[in-house]
Write a protein that binds this ligand. Structure first.
Ligand SMILES: [Zn+2]
Length: 286
């Protein structure tokens, strides 16, 4: 959750400084060499006026930062008074738009599957649903989300029939009447529920790939940063708020799917959670 922070006056222009997470600032070619690994979990003090050119990545994407008023902003904001919010988390439209761009950067070949490639695999599953296509999709979703351990657990719990279990749940989830029902855990009464070994985070990663216009991901970062519980009720509440928010944005020419919109929100929220020091530092002092 962003909060107002004092923002020490800039030594050169004396406007209140902003702060940006080191992990995001590392994407700036100007700053990259100055940052240490430890800075990824710190706020770095930055002046959006004097250090404007530092606040872009190598392709001209403006890097979202947390301004002195606690709002996530970019240096190219044209309507600074126009502030959006999900839960009590505040940001500008360009900050969210560039968050989406940063979330969907093409990864170096052979590392993590791209969002596009996993969405493609999910469409393949939907056209010809089968246990083997379901198993292939689960492998891809887990790699995409950095869930090697989740995949290992799933394979252990459902040895020899993981594809069947995933296929049965995904078909039931797509037909579910509500978001809470789509992600409710399997039980003797609900054999087609979310399979044992999958939680809300990786369960919702599957749903988001299967239907990016209906579902989005709720993981521990968004849960912690926005306050939605990682359970079916928390997921249902998050989806209701996100869908309302997305509908309003879409009415004014927002081109991203519900799921991509959430990916941008994730990039903004992530700067604000698990920061080791709440006080912004400059890299030379870190
Ligand atoms: Zn300045």
């Amino acid at each position: 959750m962003t909060a107002d922070h004092p923002g020490n006056p800039c030594k050169q222009c004396s406007i209140p400084t902003s702060r940006i997470n080191g992990r995001t600032l590392r994407q700036s070619p100007v700053r990259r060499g100055l940052l240490k690994k430890a800075d990824d979990k710190s706020w770095i003090q930055v002046c959006p006026a004097c250090e404007r050119r530092d606040l872009f990545d190598g392709r001209g994407v403006a890097l979202p930062y947390c301004a002195a008023d606690g709002v996530m902003r970019t240096v190219i904001d044209t309507e600074p008074e126009n502030v959006l919010a999900v839960a009590d988390f505040r940001f500008t439209r360009p900050a969210l738009d560039y968050g989406v761009a940063l979330a969907n950067l093409t990864q170096p070949a052979g590392t993590v599957p791209t969002t596009d490639s996993v969405e493609h695999l999910a469409r393949h599953y939907l056209v010809a649903p089968s246990a083997s296509a379901a198993a292939a999709l689960t492998e891809a979703v887990c790699h995409w989300g950095g869930g090697g351990r989740v995949l290992g657990n799933l394979k252990r719990h459902h040895a020899g029939h993981l594809g069947d279990v995933m296929h049965r749940w995904m078909q039931a989830a797509l037909a579910a009447a509500s978001d809470g029902e789509a992600i409710a855990q399997a039980s003797p009464q609900r054999p087609a529920g979310l399979p044992h070994g999958l939680g809300i985070s990786f369960g919702s990663k599957h749903l988001r790939m299967l239907d990016p216009d209906r579902f989005a991901v709720l993981d521990s970062v968004l849960s912690e940063g926005l306050g939605y519980a990682l359970n079916p009720k928390g997921y249902a509440l998050f989806m209701r708020h996100l869908r309302d928010f997305h509908q309003q944005l879409s009415a004014s020419g927002w081109g991203h799917s519900l799921a991509r919109t959430e990916s941008g929100l994730f990039v903004l929220v992530r700067q604000n959670v698990r920061v080791e020091s709440d006080q912004p530092v400059t890299p030379s002092e870190a």
